[in-house]
Design a protein around this ligand. Structure first.
Ligand code: LMR
Length: 399
C-alpha cells in the first residue's frame, strides 16, 4: 500500500538537534535549534512558569473539559494587550480577531490555511527565511516569491532591494515579515525602514502577515520590539500576525501561540472569527489548556508579569553578553575576517557568513552543531564553551 512512497527529507533543525543528542563527546556545543540555554548549557524553565504550574495543578476549579475552538478568552485578551499595547484603542474596538494556537508554527499554519481559503494571492517571503515558513506554505499550496532581504556583503538588511522587489508585487499579494530578531539572519529593518516598507505595502495594496516569535529578544524592550506591528496598525493596515510564546516564556513543548487578524470593523471581525474557527475545528478542534493557562496568568496578573519580564531580561542580557564575548574572542585570537556583524545582529541568531562546508567541518571535526546556512544560535554559547568554539572557527576559516 505504501510502497510508492519515497523517503521525505528530514527537517534540517530537528536533524541537527538529534545529531547533537547522539554525539557522545563531552565537548559538544549546541548552536543549532533556537532554544535558550543557561551559562551551564542547560535548558531553562522560567521560575514564574513553575510557580503557576503548581497553582494550576492544585486549582480545584479547573477541569479537562474542551476549551472553545478559539481558546481561552483571557489568553486571547492578554495576547492582544501584549502585542498591540494596553492603551491601544484597537483592544476595545472589536476589530481584532484572536485565537489561541499550537505554538508559532500552529499559528502560521492556521493563518496560511485561512489565507489560502479566503484571500489567495502570492506570498512574498524574505530570502532567506525560517525553513519552516517555506514548508508550511508549500503544504498549504500557496505560491511563494522571494524578496531579497539579506545582503551578504554588508551582512545587514538590503532595504533598497526589498523595496524595489515589493514595488513590483501584484496587488493583493501577502508579504510575510518577521516582526523582530529575524530568523535566521538576526538582521532587522530600522524604524525608518519599516516606514518605507509600510509605504510600499500601502501603494501596492499588499497584505502584511507578521511572524512574531521573538518579542523581547531584539531591543530588550517588549514594546519596542513590536514597533512594526503597532505602526502598521496605526497606519490603518488590515493584517495577520502569528505569535509564539515558545522563546519568550520558554514554553517550547507546551505549544502556545496565537493568531491575530486585524480587520476593518467589528462586524467583519465577527465573520472572520467564524471562518477562522472552521479552519481550527478541522485541523485540531480546539487548543490544549495548560500552556494557555500559564500564559494567561502571566499576562493578567501584575506580579507574575513583572517576574516574567525580570526573568526575560536576564535571558536576553546573557545572549547579548555572549555576542560581545564571541566577537572579542574572535578578535583576540586574530581569526581571519570581520566579525562586527555578531554584535550588530540581534535576537537569538547570528548569520555568521560561514559556508556550508565550514559548518560541516565545525560539526564533524569539532562537535559544534549549527545550521549549514551558517546560522548560529547565540543562546547556546556560554562563558565556558566560547574559547573552544573560537578555536574551532579559527581552524575552519583558515582551511
Ligand atoms: C528555530 O528556528 O530553531 C526554532 O524556531 C525552532 C524550530 O521549530 O525550528
Amino acid at each position: 500500500l505504501f510502497s510508492h512512497l519515497t523517503q521525505a527529507p528530514s527537517d534540517a533543525i530537528f536533524a541537527i538537534m538529534n545529531a547533537y543528542k547522539a554525539d557522545t563527546s563531552e565537548n559538544k556545543i549546541d548552536l543549532g535549534v533556537g532554544a535558550y540555554r543557561t551559562d551551564e548549557e542547560k535548558p531553562y524553565v522560567f521560575d514564574v512558569v513553575k510557580k503557576i504550574e503548581q497553582e494550576i495543578v492544585n486549582d480545584p476549579s479547573l477541569n479537562k473539559e474542551y476549551l472553545e475552538i478559539e481558546g481561552l478568552p483571557e489568553f486571547n485578551k492578554g495576547c492582544q494587550i501584549l502585542l498591540f499595547g494596553k492603551d491601544n484603542p484597537l483592544i476595545t474596538s472589536g476589530r481584532i480577531v484572536t485565537a489561541q494556537c499550537l505554538g508559532g508554527t500552529g499559528a502560521l499554519r492556521v493563518g496560511f490555511d485561512f489565507v489560502k481559503r479566503h484571500l489567495q494571492g502570492d506570498v512574498y517571503v524574505s530570502n532567506p527565511t525560517w525553513g519552516n515558513h517555506n514548508q508550511i506554505l508549500d503544504r498549504v499550496g500557496l505560491n511563494q516569491i522571494n524578496y531579497p532581504y539579506y545582503d551578504p556583503i554588508t551582512k545587514g538588511f538590503n532595504c533598497k532591494a526589498t523595496l524595489d522587489c515589493l514595488s513590483q508585487a501584484k496587488e493583493g499579494s501577502i508579504i510575510l515579515l518577521h516582526v523582530c530578531a529575524h530568523n535566521p539572519t538576526g538582521v532587522d529593518p530600522t524604524e525608518d525602514e519599516w516606514l518605507q516598507i509600510a509605504d510600499v505595502c500601502k501603494t501596492r495594496n499588499l497584505i502584511p502577515f507578521f511572524d512574531c516569535a521573538y518579542q523581547g529578544f531584539a531591543s530588550g524592550c517588549l514594546d519596542k520590539d513590536v514597533f512594526a506591528v503597532r505602526k502598521f496598525a496605526e497606519l490603518g493596515f488590515q493584517m495577520i500576525i502569528a505569535y509564539s510564546f515558545s522563546k519568550n516564556m520558554g514554553l517550547y513543548n507546551e505549544r502556545v501561540g496565537a493568531i491575530h487578524i486585524l480587520t476593518s470593523s467589528q462586524d467583519i471581525a465577527t465573520k472572520v472569527l467564524s471562518n477562522l474557527k472552521m479552519v481550527i475545528r478541522t485541523l485540531y478542534s480546539c487548543p490544549p489548556a495548560i500552556g494557555g493557562r500559564i500564559v494567561s496568568r502571566i499576562l493578567c496578573n501584575d506580579n507574575y508579569y513583572q517576574q516574567w519580564v525580570q526573568e526575560l531580561n536576564v535571558i536576553t542580557g546573557r545572549i547579548i553578553k555572549m555576542r560581545s564575548l564571541l566577537k572579542n574572542e574572535l578578535d583576540n585570537l586574530n581569526v581571519q575576517g570581520n566579525w562586527d556583524h555578531i554584535i550588530k545582529q540581534t535576537g537569538f541568531f547570528t548569520f555568521t557568513g560561514l559556508t556550508p562546508q565550514q559548518c560541516d567541518q565545525l560539526t564533524q571535526d569539532h562537535h559544534v552543531y549549527l545550521l549549514r546556512s551558517g546560522r548560529m544560535s547565540m543562546a547556546g554559547i556560554t562563558s565556558k564553551n566560547v574559547k573552544q568554539l573560537v578555536e574551532a572557527i579559527k581552524i575552519v576559516v583558515q582551511n
